[in-house]
Each structure stands twice: as structure tokens, then as C-alpha cells.
Design a binder for this molecule. Structure first.
Ligand code: NAP
Length: 255
């Protein structure tokens, strides 16, 4: 007790971020009385877009390291707002939550939805996408992220235009042009890009989200095939919400 009444430790929410949703959730919770919010980033990008509020950067050291962190920092709830393809972190979060009993919500935006006119080829992995490519085109727009480019490094007969936030590292395809950029992207911009570079096939992860969807519309308009790499599954048995509002509601219900 203090002279003014009982001391209250603020509830502590950990947001596993690196996404627009992670930043939006941090902003939505910012300044709420009695609430401490920590956003966690992997530290992959040289100049990340930082969420508002408290931020920690770098891995936890596997599921055990995360479990230790949750205990040491008295975390009351975790929201896994990582990218749909950050399966390692999501699995670690599930294991750490199970080990510590800390409630975990998965905030996962919906995937891209095909519409009439799309020429999609689904691939279960980047490796499978690389196998499909030679039959589909010669000039490839690769928007699957810096770390994914290695899966295409052996395709000597194809030309790649790869867009990523930071410069990719070897192994890389022989014929490669790198475009350093980050979303959101516009339909006009994507249309122009595909035309200027005479792209005849597009590769994307099924990331979902408005920021990167215009390339799919542009590909449809130009009649281009798109190889869509399917998402890894969300760890079993966890609650999942598709948007930030759902995550805020879930946290409010636990308050
Ligand atoms: P990953 O393969 O699932 O994770 C590999 C390791 O990176 C994890 O085991 C963890 O290390 C560390 N890590 C990942 N996310 C973290 C976070 N938010 N906070 C602290 N440590 C984290 O992840 P990834 O696919 O490389 O993605 C890394 C980050 O970039 C994620 O935060 C994700 O949201 C963001 N991102 C990924 C993609 C994508 O396409 N994969 C696209 C856009 C943004 P420890 O085991 O040491 O804890």
C-alpha cells in the first residue's frame, strides 16, 4: 500500500510485430491507463518502421527464451501479430504460451482472395514455386521478400526483378535486378513496373493485406500468371483474429 492507496502493477501485453497490424495495435493500445505494451521486432530490417511505445529488438532465443522473457517481464497476454510467413516465431510463441500459461492470440490478416480473371498457380513453398516458374515465363517479378530469393538462385535461364526492403544476400540468381522499396504500393505504380520490366510472370507469398495487393490486380489486368505461395498453418488450438479491432476486443475481455 502507498499513502494514496494500493499500488497496481500495470497489465503487460507483448505484441510480436514486424507488420502493419503490429504497429496499428500498438498505436490503438498506446496511453491506456494501467497498461504496459511492449512491441517486439526480429531486427531483420536495417531501418525498421518502429511502433509507438516500448520496443525491444532481436530474437528471444527460441521458445524457452521467450518463456523466460514472459516470466521475467510479468507478461499477462501475448498477441502474435507477426507476418503470416513468420512460422518459426509463431510456433515459438505457441510453445512459450503453453509452457507459461500466458494467453496468446494470433492476429493474422486474411490471405489474398482470387477473383475472376486471375491466373493463379498455387505453390506450397518457395521451392515448389521455383519448380513451376520455367513453365510459366522468362521474366519474373519476385516480391517474396529478401530471404526468399535464394530459392530461385539456380534458375539460370530466367531473368528476375526482385523487390525487397533491404539488399538480398547470396545465393542469388545469375540474372537479377534488385529494386529496394517498401509498400504500400499503388496500382498505377505496379502496372507501370510490370510493363517497364516486360514481366511475364509474378511470384508472391499469400501475405494478404492492402499494401501489397495492387500487384495482383495489375497482373490480372495484364493477363499475367501469378505463382502464389501458400501460407504455413497457424499453430493448432489458438484463438485467431483477422484484424486489430478483434485483438483489442480480446485484450479488453481479458482485462
Ligand atoms: P521467423 O522465421 O518466423 O523467425 C525466426 C526467428 O526470428 C525466431 O525464431 C525469432 O528468434 C526471431 N523473430 C521473428 N520474429 C520476431 C519478433 N517479432 N520479435 C523477436 N524475435 C523475432 O521470422 P521471419 O519470417 O524471419 O520474420 C522476421 C520478422 O519479420 C517477423 O517479426 C515478421 O513479422 C517480419 N516479417 C516477415 C516477413 C516474411 O515474409 N517472413 C515479411 C514481413 C515482415 P528467436 O528464436 O531467437 O526468438
Amino acid at each position: 500500500m502507498t499513502p494514496d492507496g494500493p499500488t497496481r502493477t500495470p497489465a503487460h501485453v507483448l505484441i510480436l510485430g514486424g507488420t502493419t497490424e503490429g504497429r496499428t495495435l500498438a498505436a490503438a493500445l498506446d496511453g491506456r491507463p494501467g497498461l504496459r505494451v511492449t512491441s517486439s521486432l526480429a531486427g531483420r530490417v536495417a531501418q525498421p518502421r518502429l511502433p509507438v511505445g516500448e520496443v525491444r529488438i532481436g530474437g528471444f532465443g527460441g521458445p524457452d527464451g521467450l518463456a523466460d522473457w514472459l516470466r521475467a517481464e510479468a507478461v499477462d497476454a501475448v498477441v502474435d501479430a507477426t507476418h503470416p510467413f513468420a512460422a518459426g516465431m509463431s510456433n515459438n510463441a505457441a510453445l512459450a504460451a503453453a509452457a507459461t500459461g500466458v494467453p496468446l492470440l494470433v492476429l493474422r490478416r486474411p490471405g489474398f482472395a482470387p477473383v475472376a480473371g486471375d491466373r493463379w498457380h498455387l505453390a506450397p513453398s518457395l521451392t515448389a514455386a521455383a519448380t513451376l516458374l520455367p513453365g510459366l515465363g522468362r521474366r519474373v517479378f519476385l516480391s517474396s521478400g529478401r530471404q526468399g530469393i535464394a530459392a530461385f538462385a539456380h534458375l539460370d535461364g530466367l531473368h528476375f526483378l526482385a523487390r525487397s526492403v533491404d539488399r538480398p544476400e547470396p545465393p542469388l540468381p545469375l540474372s537479377l535486378e534488385v529494386l529496394l522499396d517498401r509498400g504500400p504500393f499503388t496500382l498505377d505504380g505496379e502496372r507501370a513496373l510490370l510493363r517497364e520490366h516486360r514481366i511475364d510472370v509474378v511470384v508472391t507469398k499469400d501475405s494478404g493485406g492492402a499494401a501489397t495487393a495492387p500487384k495482383l490486380t495489375a497482373a490480372r489486368e495484364l493477363g499475367l500468371p501469378v505463382v502464389v505461395v501458400e501460407r504455413p498453418p497457424v499453430p493448432a488450438g489458438l484463438p485467431v483474429t483477422p484484424d486489430v479491432a478483434g485483438a483489442v476486443r480480446w485484450l479488453e475481455q481479458r482485462a
